[in-house]
Design a protein around this ligand. Structure first.
Ligand SMILES: [Zn+2]
Length: 325
């Protein structure tokens, strides 16, 4: 191998640490004692840490601020940072529909978690993902105000209306105010990192140096732009997902692979939905089975991409916003 080895596009491996309480709340299921006794933090997070250590990759964990009020969860977040992972912001309360909140409450959703991460002695976060991919110009304004370098809430999928329908069916209720999976225009957003326009964040800014904040969209595959998440891997099978990624390699696109803390929690006993069969792929499988599927996809990414932490990639390649130090 020479130093001029073939260019490998970056791949960002990111985990949204939605606690079991947050997952249950998403589907309108009773939360119970899942905030204090949370298998996502107790099993899922350490399992991801072990898997990433074994594979030798650095990832980004998006934490919900409220969780950092629990000492054991704070410790787990510190262990992730000590192991070389990025800790990023996933809102304070994981409310789905933050873009419907009044300005002050919306800002608090971002700012409180920012403060909680800093107060826990963790590095200052520079990345954010909105719960339910619900992002707009106001969210970006809040992020710029706090000096964030990137947002990763954009989901440029063509199946958002279908995902919303499925979600309503699972929650057994239609809630037009939830705005999950982004608005229709987001389906046309770029599929690669871009500087968004301030007034239309799904469009590229023609004068990027003035923006400062980079958008890192969640990767999508195939003509329907299916979101590249663990649920997709569990639903289609790792082989089919890898086949599609291999097919797209010639495009040399950066990839953001989105995982969730619950993806490595043993779900053979139903912990979100009652009943034997889960309506969501993966919600009825063992942790081992899910880990095997995710590991194949991660190994593929490690072979063909430069797997990097998003904050470090942004710091390396993107000039800081004008007017900042
Ligand atoms: Zn979430």
């Amino acid at each position: 191998m020479t130093r001029t080895a073939r260019y490998k596009p970056p791949a960002f491996v990111q985990v949204d640490v939605d606690g079991l309480w947050a997952v249950r709340a998403c589907y309108d299921r009773p939360v119970g004692d899942a905030f204090e006794r949370d298998p996502v933090w107790e099993e899922g997070v350490p399992a991801f840490q072990r898997l990433f250590a074994q594979l030798g990759l650095a990832a980004s964990f998006f934490v919900v601020g409220r969780d950092l009020e629990v000492a054991a969860k704070r410790e787990a977040a510190r262990a992730l940072a000590d192991a070389g992972h990025e800790i990023a912001n996933h809102s304070w309360s994981h409310t789905i529909g933050i873009t419907r909140l009044p300005a002050r409450e919306l800002f608090e959703e971002v700012a409180r978690t920012h403060a909680a991460i800093c107060n826990a002695g963790l590095p200052t976060p520079v990345g954010f993902r909105a719960p339910g991919y619900d992002v707009d110009e106001r969210v970006h304004a809040a992020l710029r105000r706090l000096g964030y370098r990137y947002d990763a809430s954009m989901l440029p999928t063509r199946v958002a209306p279908l995902l919303r329908l499925a979600d309503a069916w699972l929650a057994r209720r239609w809630r037009p105010g939830r705005r999950q999976f982004g608005c229709l225009a987001h389906a046309r957003a770029p599929r690669v990192p871009y500087f968004p326009q301030r007034e239309a964040i799904h469009r590229r800014d023609p004068a990027p140096r003035t923006s400062g904040l980079l958008e890192l969209p969640v990767a999508t595959i195939g003509p329907w732009r299916l979101p590249l998440t663990a649920s997709l891997v569990f639903a289609l099978g790792a082989d089919r997902v890898i086949e599609r990624l291999r097919h797209d390699l010639y495009r040399r696109r950066p990839i953001l692979f989105l995982l969730h803390g619950i993806d490595l929690v043993d779900c053979r006993q139903p912990i979100v939905f009652g009943g034997r069969r889960s309506p969501i792929a993966g919600f009825d499988r063992s942790a081992d089975e899910k880990q095997r599927a995710l590991e194949s996809v991660l190994r593929f990414l490690l072979e063909h991409h430069d797997v990097v932490r998003a904050d470090q990639w942004v710091a390396r390649y993107i000039p800081p916003p004008e007017g900042s130090r």
